[in-house]
Ligand binder design. Structure first.
Ligand code: AMP
Ligand code: MG
Length: 351
């Protein structure tokens, strides 16, 4: 398959290109496109064959359900059995935006899209290119992140190309994404709202909007738990760089010293080394490749840079990687969730 590339910005939508992209989706093809979180790999959510194609293109296990993207509130009722009051509240505050809600699904949604589940994940993205594409498709676009399974989610069209060239019909280049981490997922099908995947919308933000307490899925708080995560995708080791990554937690000076010692050993053993540091510490590291993900307090910047940095280490052929640790409150919960997955939960605690 030859992949077609088109470029546009949110302020200057290529209407003709979007029309063609919509046609590809309606005919059962696949289009990668920008959203405000990460790039998505889109197919017709109501066509079982499209969903199967998405799994094949990503190399993703087909028990890992897809998120259905909509562009009009009134379309929600067609794909879910009921809209709980809590969902209405959250939609008013956070849609369009980086929030996915889990509902009981209607007959219209094929099991291929939901990985065999009776529930469906729905998101209403705010990116204008995404919005135009969903509208051109007819309203329901299934779209997981546009990476090959196990690779970091793409934050630029270039990374979609690396992973999916020749596997999808079209890639829409809409520049770098704004957020850089996948949407927050919240389950509203149980008594108590539960966060299944932390993201830009934090626990605190959900609680403020709902005026009630929100749970966090046990497996996010304790990744070594033997319970099965409620979001099937969370059980996979995602976002993995090719190099072996370790997170080092503790007082800043000790972390820098420890990482530098380890780097020396690694280099002596012939490893190519990389470090994820911050504005404050990056100049202090002696690695082959040092990444500065921004000021320590600026979590939005850390979130935006994280997946790009993990991919750059791969491109540079780094084999031994270290990262500083970040706060695990607020947006930090999402950052640490992705970072720990990338590290296969390898963490060193210093005190
Ligand atoms: P991605 O599409 O790569 O952003 O990943 C989608 C995430 O949503 C995965 O972790 C899925 O397991 C999760 N998900 C999708 N549908 C459901 C559902 N019906 N119930 C629980 N989790 C879901
Ligand atoms: Mg993904």
């Amino acid at each position: 398959m030859i992949t077609e590339y088109i470029t546009m910005t949110e302020n200057e939508i290529d209407r003709d290109g979007i029309r063609r992209a919509g046609e590809i989706l309606r005919n059962g093809g696949l289009v990668a496109f920008p959203t405000e979180t990460v790039y998505g790999l889109g197919g017709d959510a109501l066509n079982p064959e499209s969903s199967m194609k998405i799994y094949a293109a990503k190399g993703r296990p087909s028990d890992n359900p897809l998120i259905v993207h909509i562009c009009r509130m009134e379309d929600l009722h067609r794909i879910v059995r009921e809209v709980p009051e809590a969902a209405r509240k959250l939609a008013r505050v956070f849609w369009p935006g980086p929030m996915t809600m889990i509902f009981n699904k209607s007959e219209l949604v094929p099991k291929e899209t939901t990985g065999g589940l009776d529930t469906v994940a729905v998101r209403f993205p705010s990116n204008k290119i995404a919005h135009a594409l969903i509208e051109a498709e007819g309203g329901f676009v299934a779209a997981p992140s546009a990476n090959r399974s196990g690779r970091p989610s793409p934050t630029m069209a270039l990374y979609c190309r690396e992973d999916l060239d020749g596997r999808v019909d079209m890639i829409i280049d809409g520049g770098s994404v704004g957020i850089g981490l996948e949407s927050s997922i919240i389950d509203l099908t149980d008594e108590k709202p539960t966060i299944l995947r932390p993201g830009y919308i934090t626990k605190e933000m959900f609680e403020r909007a709902l005026e009630e307490e929100v749970d966090v899925d046990h497996t996010i708080i304790d990744p070594t738990s033997h319970l099965v995560p409620k979001a099937p995708g969370m059980k996979y080791r995602h976002y993995a760089p090719k190099g072996d990554l370790t997170i080092v937690e503790g007082p800043q000076e000790k972390v820098v010293d420890y990482i530098n010692e380890q780097l020396e050993l690694a280099r002596a053993a012939g490893e190519k080394t990389g470090v994820i540091g911050t504005e404050e510490t990056a100049p202090l590291y002696h690695a082959d490749s040092v990444k500065n993900v921004g000021r320590r307090g600026d979590e939005e910047e850390v979130a935006r840079d994280l997946f790009r940095v993990l991919r750059e280490f791969d491109d540079e052929g780094c084999t031994k990687l270290y990262s500083e640790s970040f706060e695990s409150e607020g947006l930090g919960m999402a950052i640490m969730n992705r970072l720990k997955k990338a590290a296969g939960q390898q963490i060193v605690h210093l005190d």
